[in-house]
Design a protein around this ligand. Structure first.
Ligand code: GRF
Length: 187
């Protein structure tokens, strides 16, 4: 199979990036991670790009025209698919237009519940019964694009924020690759 050339956007730890790199080594996995973009020069995830010899780029999103820099590099590396894995910035509209239905994001809640930040704090405060993660297409509205896959678990009375995070991330490591396989199975 010819793998799609994908770029993963990160801002921090990069454990989802690491997991996707691991999956993409399988010949039957639909994407090859061909570029990593981080808005944060200190992001730990960059170390995974280095370790696995994947080209990476850090972008200063405070600079004018940073969107074009991203776009130029995506074209330069022939990227046709984008995964947002803990990328903490809004994706500019020109990128969404250029990569229509080609950008997916992983979010640590069962969308449409708990869009945005601090999902676990809010879940505990609101005494939610279920938590989980969603992989969805990226649209102009934050955390609102069509859902591809969700995975959930029941919250225990004893779960604190860090428990919820751990349990959610465990599900994310299954949900992200499964969503990618599901998308490309259609073609
Ligand atoms: C994940 O929990 C994801 O849901 C959220 O940011 C976190 C990124 O974690 N969008 P990591 O950097 O992949 O470890």
């Amino acid at each position: 199979m010819v793998k799609k050339r994908a770029c993963v956007f990160i801002s921090g730890k990069g454990s989802n990036l690491k997991n996707l790199i691991f999956h993409s080594r399988d010949n039957s996995f639909p994407i090859k991670i061909s570029l990593v973009i981080s808005n944060n020069r200190e992001a730990n995830g960059i170390n995974f790009a280095k370790k696995y010899k994947i080209p990476y780029l850090t972008i200063n999103t405070n600079k004018n025209n940073y969107e074009n820099k991203i776009l130029i590099n995506l074209k330069k590396f022939n990227i046709t698919f984008i995964c947002l894995a803990g990328y903490m910035k809004i994706i500019p509209n020109n990128l969404i237009m250029n990569y229509h239905k080609k950008i997916i994001n992983i979010h640590p809640s069962l969308l449409p519940k708990f869009k945005g930040l601090n999902t676990f704090t809010r879940m505990i405060k609101e005494k939610e019964k279920k938590a989980g993660c969603t992989v969805h297409y990226v649209s102009e509205k934050l955390d609102s694009g069509i859902s591809i896959i969700q995975k959930s678990f029941f919250i225990k009375n004893t779960d604190n924020e860090s428990d919820l995070k751990k349990k959610t991330q465990k599900l994310e490591y299954r949900a992200f690759p499964e969503a990618i396989i599901k998308i490309f199975r259609k073609y």
